[in-house]
Design a protein around this ligand. Structure first.
Ligand SMILES: [Mg+2]
Length: 393
């Protein structure tokens, strides 16, 4: 079997989902996804010469070939492109062997993967919707009142999720200074009230995490963590910037709630310091960015030697989400996988799978069908294709 072509397309959801398809001379094809919002789709042209004509079943060797070709200049976009291709190779390998991808990775620890609903901000009904607010790469929508957060939490719990996450980084108008990472007392009190209202709304049995999107300095991140201690949070995500591992370790040591980080890091080398310095309590690599399915498993196995669980970041379409679920099934130290599209009613319709909607009652059941266990629904994809993108053959 030989690889004869690679193509990609873009589906417009709450992010631009870049779906990759790898074609072989035997008629078998594989699907993968490149991390949204990167120029990873354009990077496929750089990767093409390194895998055309190759045997797609040598997945790890082809990962090494693509990775080592660009090792010295490897940017996040290029590794995102490699991640998408790698996933498609696993899909091909599973189809060729007649087994699900998790079987090829050593089998599964669980029959279904728990997902948490990323809620961002509060429920924006009753005419209270705020204007769109951009915070770095993050676009916040919805209202930022304790009542709105509680309403959203109640709605998502009723859908069957037993793990939810809210953003605690608020729009600029709540900040005294947008550059110095400080949290003024008024802003601090609002954050505490937001968390308190969510905890009261869902009761004690739902896991609640909060995300800070790298907004704070070390001292204010620690102040905030201590004020949030009474609410029994699942984790406190990215309180400070992620480049300085020692600073992250300082926050983690002082924080009474578990610190989670990792969505900005790529490849097993990008996680080594974080793991060996035990700088975080939970790691959140993104399968579509960190290097694909097997690279994320290698990160998980390294973390497992330090008894650190993984809660992978995921903002993908059903293709990337199923790739992440296949990987998560194989980690002993898997905690919960992100699901970022709970507010997109047509998200599940983008793919056909044997078991109906992918996400049901806060879980993804692993399919027993070969490969990733999903195929694109061309009609649904066409409805949401980004302007200028082509439907995949
Ligand atoms: Mg995050």
């Amino acid at each position: 079997m030989k690889i004869v072509d690679i193509q990609s397309t873009i589906v417009e959801g709450n992010f631009d989902w870049i779906v990759v398809k790898v074609y072989t001379d035997q008629g078998v094809h594989g699907l993968g996804e490149i991390y949204a919002g990167t120029s990873g789709g354009r990077m496929l042209d750089l990767l093409r010469p390194f895998i055309m004509g190759e045997d797609p079943l040598d997945v790890d060797r082809l990962y090494w070939k693509m990775y080592s070709a660009f090792q010295r200049e490897l940017g996040a976009s290029l590794l995102a492109a490699i991640s998408g291709v790698e996933t498609a190779l696993w899909d091909i390998a599973g189809k060729e062997m007649g087994v699900p991808v998790y079987r090829l990775l050593g089998g599964k620890y669980r029959d279904s993967v728990r997902v948490y609903a990323d809620c961002a901000a509060g429920e924006g009904d009753e005419g209270k919707k705020e204007e769109e607010v951009r915070l770095g790469p993050v676009v916040l929508k919805g209202v930022h009142t304790p009542e709105a957060y509680a309403a959203k939490a109640v709605k998502v719990k009723a859908q069957g999720f037993d793990a939810i996450k809210f953003d605690l980084d608020l729009p600029d108008r709540y900040k005294q200074d947008r550059y110095n990472g400080s949290i003024g007392n008024e802003e601090m009190n609002l954050k505490v009230k937001l968390v308190e209202s969510v905890r009261e709304a869902v009761g004690g049995n739902v896991d609640v995490a909060v995300d800070c999107h790298w907004q704070y300095n070390v001292k204010d991140a620690i102040r905030l963590a201590k004020k949030l201690e009474p609410y029994d949070l699942l984790w406190f995500e990215d309180p400070i910037h992620s480049e300085n591992v020692d600073a992250m370790a300082k926050v983690s040591r002082a924080s009474p709630i578990p610190v989670c980080t990792g969505e900005h890091r790529v490849s097993r080398h990008g996680f080594r310091d974080l793991i060996e310095k035990q700088a975080a309590d939970i790691l959140s690599p993104d399968v579509q960015k960190a290097g694909g399915i097997l690279e994320t498993k290698k990160i998980a196995d390294h973390a497992d030697q330090y008894y650190i669980p993984l809660a992978p970041h995921n903002i993908a379409s059903p293709v990337g989400t199923m790739a992440a679920a296949q990987a998560c099934a194989t980690f002993p130290n898997f905690l919960v996988l992100e699901y970022h599209s709970n507010d997109i009613p047509w998200w599940n319709s983008l793919v056909k799978s044997s078991g109906g909607p992918l996400v049901k009652g806060g879980r993804i059941t692993l399919p027993s069908t070969p490969g990733l266990g999903i195929e694109l629904d061309p009609e649904a994809v066409e409805k949401h294709l980004k302007k200028g993108a082509k439907l995949l053959a």
